[in-house]
Design a protein around this ligand. Structure first.
Ligand code: NZQ
Ligand code: ZN
Length: 389
């Protein structure tokens, strides 16, 4: 196990009715005037926004609202949010929605106290020293932003989708009521399931030896998600399966299963290029790329892929070579994604083979991955496998 520091300061308030606690929690975190950030309207239609605003009013928290955040959130609303915070003297960001809304709030929080352009942080020109605090009411189990140190924003001009990982980003609190996810479209829930599995697998495929504890935690999380997913997808009001997915999504990405081990993240990096170019859902980019990345890299450590196949997918080992077992594990993952309605070819997310060289070159820093380092020619190979599906 490698040395690590791990601080997860977020207060998680989980369960039915917890959205009523929003005002109290903002107050407790020191907020008096909040920018309430939300998306394209689901929280308006469900009545959640009104409940949250009523809770803020009851706690004496003044508020300004900013809706309209889109999936793969763009920089324009970050600038708008920074302006609203400055003009109204706001001291807290309350995100009501999913990863896109929470990430927008985090980026606004980065930008408000900074004299320059907030994009400096996302382009790697500067590092934020301070930020406005963020709290959230989560409505989709997926990105894990409610407990993570990341925010991912797409620059409006230029199609650049970039992430920033800083500890300042961890929310002060996350309200997590599984009932709030009952209104999710099936496809959106499947995208979220894919994303949380990807967060675990990015950490699972490592070169770090002696990580038995986090290996087993990762496998337990994957098994729990694989069990809960079909139940939640078949029954949109089944509380326990939605609750399992909601908490699993947080644990998948707050780094409790990633500490002390090298992590990969190539599939995410390449996936961000697909989302930036084709505006496909983040989870869809991952269901296309992760199996392709596995087919490209499994020979690097067949034993790890054999473990993945047997511990997570229960692949039959009798009469099979290690390589066959490893490949059967990858097939099992791909079949699972297909079973929940996720795409598996580049074309299904709007891509085409002709774009592959450009996509490969645009991956940030010109290389990605730690389990296996990938440079543009290797990234092209992964994308060609993704094109075949
Ligand atoms: O905008 P509204 O109308 O609210 O609809 C949203 C949106 O269309 C809808 N939705 C959310 N909750 C709902 C609901 N519809 C009905 N009922 C509900 N309860 O779902 C759609 C997707 O929302 P979004 O916030 O985009 O989903 P998600 O949580 O998957 O976030 C994806 C974004 O997070 C980034 C991704 O790259 C992507 O930009 N990520 C952020 C990470 C982080 N900050 O730690 C890590 C991840 O790897 C990821 O990169
Ligand atoms: Zn992700």
């Amino acid at each position: 196990m490698l040395n690590f520091e791990f601080c997860s300061p977020t207060k998680f308030v989980f369960g039915r009715g917890t959205q009523q606690e929003a005002g109290r929690l903002v107050r407790e975190a020191g907020g008096t005037r909040a920018l309430v950030v939300y998306g394209g309207g689901s929280v308006v239609r469900s009545g959640l926004l009104d409940q949250v605003l009523a809770s803020l009013d009851a706690a004496g928290v003044a508020h300004v609202e900013m809706g309209g955040v889109k999936p793969n959130p763009r920089s324009d609303l970050v600038y708008e949010g920074i302006r609203l915070c400055r003009e109204n003297g706001l001291d807290f960001l309350l995100a009501v929605g999913g990863g896109s809304v929470i990430d927008t709030a985090k980026a606004i929080g980065d930008g408000v106290p900074y004299d320059g352009d907030f994009w400096d942080f996302y382009s790697g020109k500067a590092v934020p020293k301070t930020a406005l605090p963020v709290g959230c009411v989560l409505t989709i189990p997926a990105a894990g932003s409610e407990g993570s140190n990341s925010a991912v924003i797409t620059q409006l001009d230029g199609n650049l989708k970039r992430g920033l990982n800083v500890e300042l980003h961890r929310p002060r609190f996350a309200i997590m009521n599984p009932e709030l996810t009952f209104t999710l479209p099936r496809y959106q829930l499947a995208c979220g399931i894919t994303d949380m599995m990807a967060h675990i697998m990015e950490r699972y495929f490592t070169n770090t030896p002696d990580v038995a504890l986090t290996d087993r935690l990762a496998e337990a999380l994957l098994l729990s998600i694989i069990d809960a997913a079909p139940v939640a997808l078949a029954n949109s009001t089944d509380y326990e399966s939605h609750a399992t997915l909601m908490w699993a999504g947080t644990l998948a990405h707050n780094n409790s299963v990633g500490v002390g081990r090298e992590q990969d993240w190539a599939s995410h990096r390449i996936g961000h290029e697909l989302s930036a170019k084709y505006d496909c859902a983040h989870g869809a980019s991952l269901s296309v790329l992760f199996p392709a990345w596995m087919k490209y890299t499994y020979k690097h450590d067949v034993a790890r892929f054999v473990r993945f196949a047997t511990a997570v997918w229960g692949v039959e080992t009798q009469g099979r070579s290690d390589e066959e077992i490893a490949l059967a594990g990858i097939d099992a993952l791909q079949s699972f994604f297909t079973s929940i309605g996720m795409p598996h070819t580049l074309a299904e997310v709007g891509g085409c083979e002709a774009d592959i060289p450009t996509l490969a070159r645009s991956v940030v820093d010109g290389k990605t991955g730690h389990f296996v380092e990938l440079y543009p020619p290797q990234i092209e190979d992964v994308l060609r496998i993704a094109a075949k599906g």
